[in-house]
Design a protein around this ligand. Sequence first.
Ligand code: PMP
Length: 454
Amino acid sequence: SVAALNTATVAAMRRKLVGPNTAVNYDTPLHIVRGAGAYLYDIDGNKYLDCVNNVAHVGHCHPQVVSAVSKQMSILNTNARYLHGNLVSHAEALAASMPEPLEVTYAVCSGSEANDLAFRIARAARPGAEHVAVMGGAYHGHTRLLIDMSPFKYEGPGGEGRKPWVHVLPCPDPYRGLHMDGKAAARAAIAEAEAEGGRICAFFAESILSCGGQIMPPKGYLADVHAAMRAHGAVCVADEVQCGFGRAGSHFWAFDAQGVVPDIVTLGKSIGNGFPMGAVVTRREHALAFSNGMEYFATCGGCTAAGAAGLAVMSVVASEGLQARAADTGDYLMARLRELQKLYPVLGDVRGTGLMVGIEVVDGSMAKHHAPSVAHWIREAMVARRVLLATDGPYANVLKIKPPMCFGRAESDHLVEQLSQVLAEGVPEEMAAYDAAWHARGMPKTVKPWLLKL
Ligand code: PMP
């Protein structure tokens, strides 16, 4: 069987048969064959604590989701061109979870599709406005359009830089007290568009910036940006692909925690617990503007099995109290990480809400210099201890923790214990040297400092 292919064979086949830049995690890639709850298992039966997979929102292979999907697959799985209770019930559950004007759902197959469609809806709602505004460091998806709307990608290796129709609000950096004024940032983006003879049709932002480095916008920041963007005539899009469905702990939707009501919300990842699906939820007036005669159809968007998956996820989040659990676990975990932070100044900042937590790794000096090599080294040392972390942020120096929501206090203890042992062993000195050399070059986003020749 496929699962019986050994690791060396899989690696060799992958090199030969799969697109060469298809991303793989960790210096020595893992051969994972099973998942359950917050754990993954490799081909040799080793068990890993998964601290990063926010797609497996209610836990890897949650039995209720698995049974809802497999049962539906055995009865019917077809497209949304037929009437079926699953699509409408899922749309009803999404609308009920959001503030009033957000009531109409479009079903798609991924977060990228959701953002691409959101852009089309915004263009229809604001005819003549063709520019867009995004946050610095943002990632919104992998289509051609969305790579251009994602500084995380276009500023990095292989990127083509900012296109003239894209305007970037510098990402707030509360840890360093930089770019904290939303009004000023929005005004500058609007002025830049107008100077180029354009108008902004939409402002896209995550309410907690994930790829941007697990950044919580300062209080009132998004409300100020939304007000300025609306005064300019733009619609406001909340990308909840990573931060939605209770992950923020305090609120079901992260935009709610920021006190804003977006015009369009985009969903993905956790919406299907791994069943490939996404959604756009918007106001009726925008849906009507978008209904210009051209049909909306996505072959698998809103298919019968997707509805089953989506309903099961929402039902498990409620029945298992996962939002409250995320709030409790997140507070507990951050308190423990802050104890560790007192001992190890390379843990510059511990931040987040619920189960969306970031640890910004720095050089430990007053200058708070980003330390991607140290972060990378910690990540690799942790995977050797079978704890899976990832690095993120425009400089890849933020360790991110956004595990399945069944992650609890026991898992937090294990993570902190292992991290504490890794740090007690001591970060190799050359890591600091790599980071210093990279700083001296002006922190190029296209360079991985730990690969520099010193
Ligand atoms: N938006 C955000 C915030 C994301 O993190 C991602 C995926 N990392 C996407 C959109 C795109 O989702 P997908 O990969 O499902 O297309």
